[in-house]
Design a protein around this ligand. Structure first.
Ligand code: ADP
Length: 273
């Protein structure tokens, strides 16, 4: 009896190990698939602006005697090159994140100066687009990596300016909120722009997702910004959500820990989808 008991417990242990292994294989296959898709997407995205640049470079000769056409070709080349630059930069950030030693960089930092610096950096762009950036900031510390946080803020504010209407505003605020007994810092970026349709909510933070290709052609987007913001927020044991949207504009909310997260908070942040 003892013998058969031992055998059956070894068998069930083996079955359990086998299931774990199968799970791991499945996960690896999924990751491989995602990686292939990422490379496919990025190659496609790189090709589009490059094709334009090459075409306009050829036209420069043809337009030599027409200053107006020449200027238009130059503007388009510059615009496509900028788009290419932004795309490469974001792709590099995304691909380096997995190996990024996040924990060693997180520390207790004052939030307000970072938010002020982010708005200052985008002030010129806002003015060019006839957009006003308003901010109402309060003091307080967060447990985060200053560079990561700056990237997140620049991306959200930049979207608020880019997908806005002339004469519109982008509003930046922050406040401390008690969330289930723990104080968290909530940062809100609101705009009076074109809004995000309901059907886009679910995939909005996926890499390369853009609401419609028409839109990104007009606004020059790559669909990488929000996926970067989400990855960075999660790496800092925080989160990012879209709250309100519609024709009146969009509001994104970032939540961050105010202090070094306790082990149980890290676990529950990792478990949440
Ligand atoms: P992109 O580089 O295209 O801006 P993002 O990942 O930052 O990529 O955004 C994904 C899509 O979400 C964009 O293509 C845009 O259509 C939409 N979007 C993002 N932010 C806003 C916003 N503040 N208002 C309206 N639409 C937005």
């Amino acid at each position: 009896f003892e013998m058969s008991g031992r055998i059956s417990s070894s068998v069930s242990q083996l079955t359990e190990e086998k299931l774990k292994l199968l799970d791991a294989i499945e996960r690896l296959q999924e990751l491989e698939q995602q990686q292939k898709q990422f490379i496919g997407n990025i190659s496609h995205e790189l090709k589009t602006p490059l094709t334009s640049i090459l075409a306009y470079a050829d036209l420069l000769d043809l337009y030599r005697d027409d200053p107006e056409l020449l200027e238009e070709a130059r503007t388009r080349i510059r615009k496509e090159a900028q788009r290419l630059y932004g795309l490469v930069e974001k792709a590099l950030q995304l691909s380096s994140m997995d190996i990024y030693e996040f924990e060693t960089h997180a520390e207790s930092i004052e939030l307000k100066p970072i938010l002020e610096e982010a708005t200052a950096r985008l002030q010129a762009k806002a003015e060019q687009n006839n957009i006003t950036i308003q901010s109402n900031l309060t003091d307080g510390k967060v447990w985060a990596d200053a560079d990561n946080l700056m990237h997140m803020m620049l991306n959200l504010l930049d979207n608020g300016i880019k997908y806005n209407k002339p004469g519109g505003t982008v509003t930046l605020t922050n406040e401390v909120q008690d969330q289930q007994g723990v104080d968290r810092m909530v940062i809100r970026v609101s705009d009076t722009g074109i809004g995000i349709p309901d059907h886009a909510r679910e995939r909005l933070f996926d890499p390369f997702y853009t609401v419609s290709s028409d839109r990104s052609r007009v606004y020059g987007g790559t669909g990488l910004g929000l996926s970067l913001v989400r990855s960075l927020a999660e790496k800092q044991h925080g989160s990012v959500h879209l709250t309100e949207t519609g024709s009146g504009g969009s509001t994104f909310i970032i939540t961050l820990p105010m202090d070094r997260p306790r082990p149980e908070e890290i676990r529950s942040a990792e478990e949440s989808p």
